[in-house]
Each structure stands twice: as C-alpha cells, then as structure tokens.
Write a protein that binds this ligand. Structure first.
Ligand code: MLT
Ligand code: MG
Length: 304
C-alpha cells in the first residue's frame, strides 16, 4: 500500500492567508525552518493506478498538480481518482469536491451523518447535482463492518466512529452522533499491511485500541500541541478537545498515548498553523523525534 500525503495541514493551511502569528509570518517571510503545507488530504493505492482519495481539500487543484501520477492520461478527460472517502464534513475535508465538478459523477463514500451535513448545512452534494448528476454516493457502515470499493484492488476499509466534533454548520454540531467523524483502518489484502488514519481524533476510546495496536502505521491528529493553543497564541477562544482534537502534550495527550503502541510507525497529520511542531528546530519537534513520532509533510510517501 502506498499512502501519498497530498496535504498535511489543518483548516487554513500553513501559512494561513490572514494570519501573522509567528509561525505563519515566519514561513511566509522565510525566517523559520518550516515547510508550507496545504490542507488535509491523502491518496491511497495498492497498485499505483487506482487511487482512493481521503477527503477533498480546498487546495486540491494544486495538490493534484503536485502529484502527476494521479493523472494517467488514458483518454481526453481522465483521472486516477477511483473513489473518495470523507472522514467528516469539515470545510477543509470536503470543499475540494466543488473543484472536481468537471469530473462528475465521482464515487463518494461517507457516513449517514456526513451525508446529512453535505445535503443540509453545507449542501455541496445537492449543488453538484447540476454537474452531470453529481456524486455517486455510497454509505459507509459504522458498525465495524468492513467494506471494499469495486474499482480499488486489494484494499479493505473499516470505519471506526470517533468522538470528535461535527462542523459549525452541521445540524448535529452540539448533539454528537455516531458517524459525525470516523477513523479508517485500511488493509492491503495482498501484503497484509495496514494503516489507521484519523486526522480528527478528540479522544482515545477503548474501541480504537485494537486497530491502532494492529496497524503498521498510524496517521493521526496532529492539530495542536497544547490544549489551550488557540487561546495562548491569541488567534481563537476554543480549547483543542472542545473542537475535537486531542493535543500532543500533557499526561493524557497524544504523545503519552502513542508511547503505549509498540508496533506502528507513528505519523502526525492535520497540523494547525499555530503548532510549534511545524518548526523543524523547535524543542517540541525534538520531543516528538525522541518519542519516534514523525510529522507529515506534503508530498511524503508512506509505503507499507
Ligand atoms: C478542524 O478540523 O477543526 C478544522 O481544521 C476546522 C476548519 O477546517 O475550519
Ligand atoms: Mg480540519
């Protein structure tokens, strides 16, 4: 299985267009050891030909240009994107679908809750019906049942319902429902390798453990270093867990949890532009390295 990181930043990207906090300002001005990053999305394939896209970010046009292998050019209009899986209905994970309108109908897999959000609060599925009928949508089971995608060879997917948060425009923003957010366990049936992908993970719940212990790679929520990061940096008022993201630091943070996993390669993804781990010579990045935790960057390949 090949996991290609199309975008490794959280909503807003890095640098964020209107932000002058030292991280965004420093990378914009070239004064920090840090790489710019586009918004959260990965492409996964077992054969380097048929790709399943996890999320479609607002930066998708640039991301696809940066990854020429996903354009096989077999006919006049073509793409290597065989299907799209949404892990939630957040703007940074879904807006790119509008940029793919010329390729409708595209095959999209999402939970019932995400389907509700994308037909009500943020009705992009409805809007896209005006482009060749819109998406060809399939439901993702959240009862632990695995599913396969006919055009994707050798990969099997299992959605795991997560405790995180539906977006502000969701009809269930304040009444969490199973399926608002999922993590996905991805297995390559040929190589027997697996990955667990969860860019939005608010809490480590017991039912996730078997997947995370079994996986060869965990690609998980790297949004915030601190619980009060948005407040401390002055850019916001909410705490990390309040918006569905487990911070890395602290006794019950992501680092402490990842330390308990023996097997997997550990990679953080969906990194917010306020996070000090973006700075390659920061103390926080050194701490991650000491714990054998990597930080995803755009263009990175994970081969399992
Ligand atoms: C989140 O996951 O909380 C986001 O990145 C929010 C957003 O895209 O606005
Ligand atoms: Mg996000």
């Amino acid at each position: 299985m090949r996991i290609h990181i199309l975008g490794s930043a959280a909503g807003g990207g890095f640098p964020q267009w209107n932000c002058n906090y030292s991280n965004s300002k420093g990378v914009r001005e070239g004064t920090l050891r840090a790489k710019a990053r586009t918004q959260s999305s990965i492409a996964v394939s077992s054969d380097n030909q048929n790709w399943v896209l996890f999320n479609t970010s607002p930066d998708i046009r640039q991301q696809l240009l940066n990854f020429p292998e996903i354009q096989p050019a077999r006919k006049l209009r073509d793409t290597g994107i065989s299907a799209i899986i949404f892990v939630d209905s957040q703007i940074d994970h879904t807006t790119g679908l509008l940029m793919l309108r010329e390729g409708m109908p595209l095959t999209v897999y999402c939970t019932e809750m995400v389907y509700q959000d994308l037909t009500t609060g943020f009705p992009i599925f409805k809007m896209l019906t005006h482009w060749n009928g819109g998406v060809n949508r399939h439901s993702i089971p959240i009862d632990g049942q695995s599913f396969t995608i006919p055009t994707i060879t050798d990969l099997r997917f299992t959605a795991i319902a997560l405790s995180s948060k539906a977006p502000p425009y969701s009809p269930h923003r304040d009444q969490p429902h199973l399926g608002d957010n999922i993590g996905v366990f991805i297995e390559d049936l040929k190589t027997q390798k697996s990955a667990f992908y969860a860019p939005g993970l608010g809490e480590i719940e017991a039912h996730l453990l078997p997947y995370m212990q079994k996986a060869d790679c965990v690609l998980v929520d790297g949004t915030f270093w601190r619980e009060d990061e948005l407040i401390q940096t002055g850019v916001g008022t909410k705490c990390a867990r309040e918006i569905g993201h487990l911070p890395q630091s602290g006794e019950d943070g992501m680092i402490a949890f990842l330390d308990t996993l023996q097997k997997p390669r550990k990679v953080l993804i969906h990194i917010n532009n306020t996070n000090p781990i973006l700075i390659e010579d920061s103390a926080e990045r050194a701490e991650l390295t000491a714990h054998h935790i990597e930080v995803a960057e755009d263009g990175m390949d994970i081969i399992l």
